[in-house]
Design a protein around this ligand. Structure first.
Ligand code: AR6
Length: 167
């Protein structure tokens, strides 16, 4: 199985890249973004400032600083605004573009948090379906990716992903 679901803190993982649910400024924030900047140290913010910013659905990459992972892929999820504002496609783009960047850089193990399902308010089940479908599609097209982890911080997301992957 190339997909694995885990309930843990993404900052502790020893993988080629952990994905950050960032914001457009790339200057850090709360949630998983705050945890990643705290655990990784100043180097991440320094590189983020050099990059400048990131549009919703796009992805950029920095070092992982002091964390066990090799890189951080920062992507910006959509803010949920009722569902009629292209939120689904933008969330798909986060997963696609993050994996694309990983492939371009020869990375084989990638861990995703549940992008947009915290402060940005995306409904969790809808987000989980999009995440699983999008990643499964990319894995079909990109055999170089060895493993994708869905890292669920809360039990609700963990159960949703476990159920979806059973289907
Ligand atoms: N490891 C894994 N998942 C985590 C961790 C962690 N250490 N901490 C939180 N989560 P959120 P968003 C989960 O709010 O909705 C930031 O301020 C959390 O339980 O971090 O995309 C940014 O700067 C939730 O399931 O991201 C942006 O401004 C998931 O990560 C904004 O929040 C995403 O929640 C982005 O909002």
């Amino acid at each position: 199985m190339k997909i694995e679901v885990r309930q843990e803190d993404i900052t502790t993982l020893d993988v080629d890249a952990i994905v950050n649910a960032a914001n457009k400024t790339l200057r850090g924030g709360g949630g998983v973004d705050g945890a990643i900047h705290r655990a990784g140290g100043k180097e991440i913010l320094k590189e983020c400032k050099e990059i400048g910013g990131c549009e919703t659905g796009e992805a950029v990459m920095t070092t992982a600083g002091e964390m066990p992972a090799r890189h951080v892929i920062h992507t910006v999820g959509p803010v949920w605004n009722g569902g009629e504002n292209n939120e689904d496609e933008l969330l798909q783009n986060c997963y696609k573009n993050s994996l694309q960047l990983a492939v371009e850089n020869g990375l084989q193990t990638i861990a995703f948090p549940n992008i947009s399902t915290g402060v940005y308010g995306f409904p969790k089940e809808r987000a989980a379906r999009i995440a699983v479908e999008t990643v499964e599609q990319v894995l079909k097209d990109e055999p170089s990716v060895e493993k994708v982890f869905f890292i669920c911080f809360d039990k609700e997301n963990y159960n949703l992903y476990i159920d979806l992957l059973k289907e």
